[in-house]
Design a protein around this ligand. Sequence first.
Ligand SMILES: NC(=O)c1ccc[n+]([C@@H]2O[C@H](COP(=O)([O-])OP(=O)(O)OC[C@H]3O[C@@H](n4cnc5c(N)ncnc54)[C@H](OP(=O)(O)O)[C@@H]3O)[C@@H](O)[C@H]2O)c1
Length: 310
Amino acid sequence: MSRTQLGTVLIGGGTGFIGTALANSLKRHGYEVVVVSRKPGLYTLSWSDLNKNGLPESTTAVISLAGQNVLDPLRRWTEGFKQNVWASRVNTTRYLAEAIERAKVKPKVFVSASGVGYYPTGQEEVFMEDSPGGDFDFLARLCTDWEAAATLPDNTDVRTVKIRTGVVLGRPGGMIQQLFFPFFMGVGGPVGSGNQPMPWIHLHDIVGLFTHAIEQENVTGIVNGVAPQIITNGEFAKAFGQALWRPSFVPLPTFAVNLMFGEERAKIMTEGQKVWPQKALDTGYTYKYPDITSAAKEFSKLIYADDAMY
Ligand SMILES: NC(=O)c1ccc[n+]([C@@H]2O[C@H](COP(=O)([O-])OP(=O)(O)OC[C@H]3O[C@@H](n4cnc5c(N)ncnc54)[C@H](OP(=O)(O)O)[C@@H]3O)[C@@H](O)[C@H]2O)c1
């Protein structure tokens, strides 16, 4: 199919870790990509351009991936920062939804990120897309508000998908970029006991899942954006160390993580949820990295060319 037939995908937050990989992959598949960003650039709209002029012509899909980095170690977990974390997701998603509502020619699909923080942490229960949650702490309520912002009126006739994303593992950014050096030096290890679950997905597969959501009409509503393998933080550390041929026994004490990040957000690392990607599997998504061993081998390569990934 030609580029014009596939149409334009508009990505809010398309300059970020996931957004850049998704934009590159979509372009390679023949889509036109326009990014909504706070910074000017080629093929870039500002948020005020979007509010003023609406969606670009022939927009076939709208993606919401903007958000202030929650785990920025340089930012203290203050009420002001929490407000920033909230607004950078909920308001940007709402702006995209409003642009869709106003558009005379609607896109086919609206896909928004959300988080596995929607579900309670713990070792017992495994959460599917229809499991309850979303109302017990700041991050859970954030996911509820984020998903509400991505909800279009019933008569809009645009398929809507919300991807509750686990920790995205990929060399160009996120957690792996922060942990690569200590693990490479052989001083990496689990957080605390390492027994807490760690819902995860490889960068390639989160890109694949967003693309699956854009292209497959049977994908609607909530989708758990995690790998089909439930692991603990300790199992992640072990796989990462083994892929680098390094020991990974040095634990990062829970109190140090709490001190550095504040207990409420440190929970992302010190606690975790068991999440299962039922809908991704039911709708026919095939994972490239379904297990942490194959994923760790990919993001631990010493000479890394992420261009080859997609
Ligand atoms: N990475 C993960 O492990 C993970 C896991 C679960 C959920 N998610 C969610 O998925 C989305 C994308 O994740 P990511 O890792 O790609 O994020 P990222 O790289 O940290 O940031 C994505 C983009 O958000 C925009 N942004 C940052 N702060 C903003 C602010 N205050 N106001 C408006 N826009 C702002 C930036 O775009 P501009 O600078 O161009 O404006 C940035 O490039 C986020 O909402 C994140 O919460 C990510």
